[in-house]
Design a protein around this ligand. Sequence first.
Ligand code: PMP
Length: 355
Amino acid sequence: MEKIHNFNAGPCLLPDEVYQSSAQAILNFNNSGVSILSISHRSEEFINILEETRKMSLELLGLQNKGYSALFLQGGASMEFLRVPFNLLTTKAGYINTGNWSLKAIEQAKIFGQAKILASSEDKNFSYIPDNFEIPERLDYVHFTSNNTIHGTQFQKIPQTDNVLVCDMSSDIYSRVFNCDKIDLIYAGVQKNIGAAGLSLVVLREEILGNTNRVIPAMMDYQEHLNKNSLYHTANVFGVYTCFLNLKWLKKQGGVEAIEKLNNKKAALLYETIDCLDFVHGTAEEKNRSKMNATFYFEKPEMNKIFDELCLEANIVNIKGHRTVGGYRASLYNALSLESVKVLADVLNQMKLIV
Ligand code: PMP
């Protein structure tokens, strides 16, 4: 089969060896004659995988031996929009509003208390990351979204605050070196750069829990999940296994430091191509551009059709922009090769000859 260049925003491309090993595990897990879909979540084999995955998830963020624990929970990042305030919000939390996903998180927080908007880029359809804003003291926590998947913007630095800091890192986790030890709770839907959809990874410092005096149902309670070592109930065994394989792959590549170098090259190639052509423009402010999701549009809407046809010929798929932004979005997650970005850059350059 010809190579397909899959720029999907999520669930994202995973490395071929992850697809192959997970397919093999469905047929015959570790030569046991049994499918991974049919082993016990309390079996020794699975507990070893879960523990190794939890360990790697911390190591790759540079958080091993720093008082953090990792949980693989069901529900995806949207469940954490709810679990975070359930566990941490007593009176008032602060949210930085940088896009649709921040807004969804804010809506959930409002169920539990006040969600104060500390800064927002809504005035320009979230095309930038606000800076130079004050963060008051004594908030229950401050929440930000490190990468805005839909709008193609990314925080370059971590907001400075003495409050508990919470970050939705769903779409740039494990893509770049970030001072994660400045953050008290990180969460991410695993379907980007971690594994197959259906889980969220939550990395947290246990000491931030237990301050709300609220009765928290067990499935919502981080403390309960910590007490049970992320096995409160039947785990998503296969989902965790895909995370295990993918994080192992990332370690083999040289970890986040090494993949960041590749990600920088991919983003530079695409943005330089866009900036050299006068008929296509990035939608995000240059200094806030995301290296994971590059959003762009053509000056004349009639060019979309030509671009779509050229993409089809070049086997480029899943590059349409989100409906709230329009245009196109090329997602450059860890497993996407530089070669795929070269193919896309060639297509954009070909447009020069046509228009
Ligand atoms: N936050 C961000 C930054 C996202 O990109 C997404 C999904 N694309 C979500 C949250 C929601 O994740 P989920 O679908 O896993 O609930």
